[in-house]
Design a protein around this ligand. Structure first.
Ligand SMILES: C[S@@+](CC[C@H](N)C(=O)[O-])C[C@H]1O[C@@H](n2cnc3c(N)ncnc32)[C@H](O)[C@@H]1O
Length: 256
C-alpha cells in the first residue's frame, strides 16, 4: 500500500541528507545573483519541501514565502522556520495562486521565484509544465527572476532507469527501485522505507513519478509563458548542458 508522495518521506527527508542539494542550489543562486546583478527583496520557493532553501534565502535578507502541495513537508518546514518571518502556502502546481494580502483581487508578486531538486519533473506533461510557468510569470514582479533545476531525459534513462539504490543507517533502511518509460521520458521510483521504532521496524512505501523534457522544449515552454530565457546551464555550473547532462538549471526573467 503506497502513501501519498512525501506523506511519510517528509519525516526522514532531512535526516537522510535529501535537503543537501537545496543548500548547494542556494549557494549557486548567489553566484547567479552576481552574474545577472539580481538583488531580490522578496522571494517565493515553490515545491519548497522542508523549507531549507527558504531558511538560507531568509538568512541573506530576502523576505521569503514557500509553497508546496504536501502538508507533511510543510509541517517540517514550519518547524524549521519558526522565528523567521515566512509564510507557507499549501497549494498545488501548476495552477497555484497566492492572493495579495492588501487587495484580494490582486495576485501576490515576488522579485524571485525558485524551484529546486527536480520538483518540476513531477508535472505530468508539457501542458502542465506550461501552466506552471504561466503561474510563475504572474507571480513575478516585472524584471523578476525565476531560477530552477530539472532532471533531464538522460537522468531518467541512465540514473533512474532500471536502477536499485539501497541506503542504510542505524535507524533507517531504504530501497529505491526505478523503472524508465522511454515513450514519455518518464521514470517511476518505488521507495520502501524501514524506520526503527523502539525495538521494531515500521515499513512504508511511496511511488514517485517524474517526467523529463529536452532542453529545447523547456526553453520554448518558458518563452510561450512570457518569460525570457537568460541562462540555461549544466546545473551548479555556468557551462552549456551537454548531451549526457543529468540536471539543468534555467534562469528566466519576466520582462520589464
Ligand atoms: C524532491 S522534493 C524537493 C523539495 C525541496 N525543493 C528541496 O530542494 O529539498 C519535491 C517537492 O515538490 C513537491 N511537489 C511535487 N509536485 C508538486 C505539485 N504539483 N505542486 C506542489 N508541490 C509539489 C513535493 O511535495 C516535494 O515537497
Amino acid at each position: 500500500m503506497f502513501t501519498e508522495p512525501y506523506a511519510r518521506f517528509a519525516e526522514v527527508y532531512d535526516s537522510m541528507g535529501a535537503d543537501d542539494f537545496s543548500i548547494k542550489m542556494t549557494e549557486y543562486c548567489r553566484k547567479i545573483f552576481r552574474r545577472f546583478k539580481i538583488n531580490p527583496c522578496t522571494g517565493l520557493d515553490i515545491c519548497c519541501g522542508t523549507g531549507t532553501a527558504i531558511k538560507k534565502f531568509s538568512e541573506l535578507g530576502i523576505h521569503m514565502c514557500g509553497l508546496d502541495r504536501s502538508a507533511a513537508m510543510l509541517a517540517v518546514a514550519a518547524k524549521k522556520l519558526k522565528g523567521h518571518r515566512v509564510t507557507l502556502y499549501q497549494k498545488p502546481l501548476p495552477r497555484f495562486r497566492i492572493i495579495d494580502a492588501l487587495d484580494s483581487r490582486k495576485t501576490r508578486r515576488f522579485d524571485l521565484v525558485t524551484c529546486f531538486f527536480d520538483s518540476l519533473n513531477y508535472l505530468k506533461n508539457q501542458r502542465e509544465l506550461g501552466q506552471a510557468f504561466k503561474s510563475i510569470y504572474i507571480h513575478l514582479n516585472s524584471g523578476g527572476y525565476f531560477i530552477f533545476d530539472m532532471n533531464t531525459p538522460a537522468a531518467m534513462k541512465i540514473l533512474w532507469g532500471g536502477q536499485v539504490f539501497v541506503k542504510s543507517s542505524p535507524n533507517l533502511f531504504t530501497v529505491w527501485h526505478n523503472e524508465y518509460y522511454p515513450k514519455t521520458k518518464s521514470a517511476k521510483c518505488t521507495a520502501t522505507f524501514f524506520k526503527k521504532k523502539g525495538t521494531t521496524w515500521e515499513r512504508f512505501d511511496e511511488e514517485h513519478l517524474e517526467r523529463a523534457y529536452d532542453n529545447r522544449t523547456i526553453k520554448k515552454t518558458l518563452r510561450d509563458s512570457g518569460l525570457v530565457v537568460k541562462g540555461f546551464y549544466r546545473c551548479l555550473s555556468f557551462e552549456k548542458p551537454a548531451k549526457g547532462t543529468y540536471r539543468i538549471c534555467g534562469v528566466a526573467k519576466r520582462p520589464v
